[in-house]
Design a protein around this ligand. Sequence first.
Ligand code: MN
Ligand code: MN
Length: 369
Amino acid sequence: MNKNSIQLQEYMKNEKIDMIYMDDPTAVAYFTNFDSNPHERIVAYVIAQEDEFLFVPSLEYAEAKEQSNVEKIVTYTDDEDPWKIISENGHRIAPTIQKVSVDEKTLTVERWFKLQQALSSETDSTEWDDISQVVEQMRVVKTDEEIKKMIRAGELADEAIQIGINLLEEGITELEIVAQIELEMKKRGVTEMSFSTLVLFGEHAANPHGNPGDRKLRNNEFVLFDLGVIYEGYASDATRTVAFGEVDEEKQKIYEIVLEAQITAQKAVKPGMRAGELDLIARRVIEDAGYGEYFTHRLGHGIGKTAHEFPSINGSSDTILEPGMCFSIEPGIYIQGDVGVRIEDCVYVTETGCEPFTLLDKELTTIIK
Ligand code: MN
Ligand code: MN
């Protein structure tokens, strides 16, 4: 049994929870080591105080057997009713089912109805509860082993951005660069990026979540790269903005402000500090320079098995930073129709400060070709 599951069972005993059902693939992987991409089929982890089972479509059995550390793997075929099987096995591993917890952030309404029918007691007195915050709290502090994987994911992100920078030339499109970066990553064994790779030219980068398209690169504008990879089940996420040719003074100034905000916040990270304070530290730099209204999003987000997870680094976040927490620091300035600059490193908190997962130079890089 995975040590995360043992910890969860301790919690269940204290809180008198008879059963927990989870079917979010990253949560299933966190507790069972089985990484899957089940689409509309169900892959679920069902845990009782003294027992557990992993529920997978029979076509995934071999993979699950090989990867997971759960002894009992229950399967179903496409023509069987999965809920009937979950019901039978659920009642088998728990003597009574009075209290069940589910992850309300990821469980669909359809499955929630089915699950209630499958697990409720005959008298229908079953109590239902949310486990999402408990799991978030468990996942938020990473082990050394998890951090090692994230360091490797960060090295690959650095490499991917460098590949993109090397490709810059007048007339190339955003999508051409995206395709080359992802091809090169696949050659290095990366099976998936941690989100859709962003390569945005000039005014396109003014939309923080813009879509790369057939926009051609022109001289004397910024190029924004925002990308990450999944390495052994862990994500990276980094952003660099570089100048292709000479950008005007106003744009250079914007770059320097974002850089100062990013570096100031990264240096300020300390265990014991409120996450919200970190957002305010970066925001103050941008506000003092007169660009506060153009920094339109939170400073950062947690990262781990997915590129976006708990905690959120925003002004009102009361999360207290602890060693082992991992999150992004990504201030930006966006002026619609004109310019977008963002600089992002993800970091892990240490006993005294933090260390970044990505190490590419952050000083303004100017590419002259
Ligand atoms: Mn990013
Ligand atoms: Mn990010």
